[in-house]
Design a protein around this ligand. Sequence first.
Ligand code: NAP
Length: 297
Amino acid sequence: MGLLRKIFIPFVGLVLAFCFYSAREDFKPEMLKGKRVIVTGASTGIGEQMAYHLARMGAHVLVTARTEAKLQKIITRCLELGAASAQYASGSMEDKAFAEHVEKEAEVVLGGLDMLILNHVGNSYFNYFDGDVGHVQKLLKINFLSYVAMTVSALPRLKDSVGSIVVVSSMAGKVGFPFTAPYSATKFALDGFFSSLRQELIIQKVDVSITLCILGFIDTESAMKAASDVVLVSPCAEGGVCAGNHQGGSPPPTGNLLQICSYQNPLPDPGLGSRTPGLSDQKKLQCGKPKEKFISL
Ligand SMILES: NC(=O)c1ccc[n+]([C@@H]2O[C@H](COP(=O)([O-])OP(=O)(O)OC[C@H]3O[C@@H](n4cnc5c(N)ncnc54)[C@H](OP(=O)(O)O)[C@@H]3O)[C@@H](O)[C@H]2O)c1
C-alpha cells in the first residue's frame, strides 16, 4: 500500500498530465471561417487582438466597448484583414440592458451566434483595499453580472449552433494575491459561475462548450500603465491569448490562439484598467522568472 501511494499514484498523475498537455493539435484556422463571433472589450488590448485574429481567419465579428471611435477603427482594420463582416455595438456593460442588446444585435447583424468571447473589464486599482464597497459593486456589474446576462441571452442561439463561450479570466481569479481584492473577487465569481454552468450543460447534454481563460501578465497598454512599475517580471506579448480549463460541448475552435502563461511564482495580474495610484517601493513584488508555456486545447 505504501509503495502504491509513493510510486504508482504519482506515476499515474505524471502520465495523465503528460497526455493532457501533449494532446494532439487539431486546430485549423479554417474552423473559424464564416463563424459568427462576439468579442467584448475589443476597443483595445487583448480583445482588439482577438478580433484581428478572428478577422484573419475569416470570421464574422461583432465587437463591443464604450468608445465608439476606437471600435470604428477596429472594424475597418478587421475588414482589411479579411473578416467576413465586421460590426460594432458601443455602450457600457455596467448597464444590463446593453449586455442584452448586444446579443440581440448579433441576431440582427450576424443572423445567429457561434462564439461568445467575454473579455471586457472595468477599471480598478492595484493597491490595498480601500473599503469602497460601491467600487466592488460596480466592478461586479461590469466584470461578472454582464457576463452572466450575455450568457443567458446568448445560450438559445449557441445551442442552435453548437457554439462556444470563452470567458477571459486571470490568475487573480484562481489565487488571492494582494492589492487586487475587488478585481480578484469578480474573477473568482466567473470561475464559480462558469465552472458550475459547464457541469450543468454536460448533465443536460447541451452541446455548448465553456472555456475559462486563465491569463498571466500581458503587456496591454492598460496593464502596463497599472502595474509595470510594481510587478517585476516580463509580461507575455499582447498578441497571444492565454487559456485553460475547457470542457463540455465541442472543443472551442480557437486552438493556437490560446496560450497559458505559467510562472514559477504565480503573479498578480494587472488587468485592472487605469485607476492605479502609485505604489511605494516597499510594496514592489519581486517575482520569479516567467516560464511561458503554450498549449492548444
Ligand atoms: N493584461 C493583462 O495582464 C491581463 C492579465 C490577466 C487577465 N486579463 C484579462 O484580460 C481581459 C482583457 O484585458 P486587457 O488588458 O486587454 O484590458 P484593456 O486593454 O483595459 O481592455 C479592456 C476593454 O474593456 C472595455 N471596457 C472597460 N470598461 C467597460 C465598460 N464599463 N463597459 C464595456 N466595456 C468596457 C474597454 O473599452 P472602453 O474603455 O472603450 O469601454 C476595453 O476594450 C480582461 O478580462 C482582463 O481581466 C488581462
